[in-house]
Design a protein around this ligand. Structure first.
Ligand code: ADP
Length: 190
């Protein structure tokens, strides 16, 4: 099984590249952000709980996030593997993911971070906000808060996965196809 975690600050291109990897390697793509947005649109009780959290660009509490992730993984018993997009975002989530996968006799193969400067990401997000309908993409303060959440809580995962020899990073700036090629070269040289 190929189980890949894609890291990157908001706007780094995780979703785009995850969709590419999904079709190239026939994997199951799980985006926790998409799952939350689905609940919000459908006004489920979970959706109502997390609406203002996503709007402000804060992280959803680990307990809710881990639960939604585990339920989604359990739905795909016959997959070739998973692309985790937007999960884990905290050390606690990463530890829980390791335990959960071990319980299922699975493991993370490796993690890849898409790197880009904040100024570039900010411009990408504001542009996306013109059409995405995502309120967290239209307000500069909220975007900066998401960057801060990443730096404070997600960035430490670099060390967590480096210790397991599972952390790689690539330049996330450039043509989308060129970035996909950078990803392939990591995956196929492993
Ligand atoms: P982006 O990476 O562009 O911020 P996502 O769709 O991955 O977009 O996430 C959107 C929002 O969903 C986050 O700002 C956060 O509120 C929530 N979220 C997604 N994944 C997680 C997670 N693993 N832990 C906590 N909150 C999450």
């Amino acid at each position: 099984m190929l189980n890949i975690v894609i890291f990157g600050k908001p706007g780094a291109g995780k979703g785009t590249q995850a969709e590419f990897l999904k079709s190239k390697y026939n994997l199951t793509h799980i985006s926790t952000g998409d799952l939350f947005r689905h609940h919000i649109v459908n006004k489920t009780s979970l959706g109502l709980k997390v609406t203002s959290i996503l709007e402000n660009g804060d992280l959803v509490p680990d307990k809710l996030t881990i639960e939604i992730l585990e339920n989604e993984v359990k739905k795909h018993k016959k997959t070739n593997g998973f692309i985790f997009d937007g999960f884990p975002r905290t050390i606690n989530q990463a530890k829980k993911l390791d335990e959960f996968l071990k319980f299922l006799s699975m493991k993370i193969s490796f993690t890849i971070a898409l790197e880009a400067e904040d100024e570039i990401l900010l411009l990408r997000l504001l542009k996306r906000g013109e059409t995405s309908g995502r309120s967290d993409d239209t307000d500069k303060e909220k975007i900066l808060n998401r960057f801060k959440e990443y730096t404070d809580k997600t960035f430490p995962l670099k060390e967590f996965y480096s210790k397991q020899n599972k952390f790689f990073s690539i330049n996330g700036v450039g043509d989308i196809k060129v970035i996909s090629k950078r990803l392939i070269s990591i995956i196929e040289n492993k």
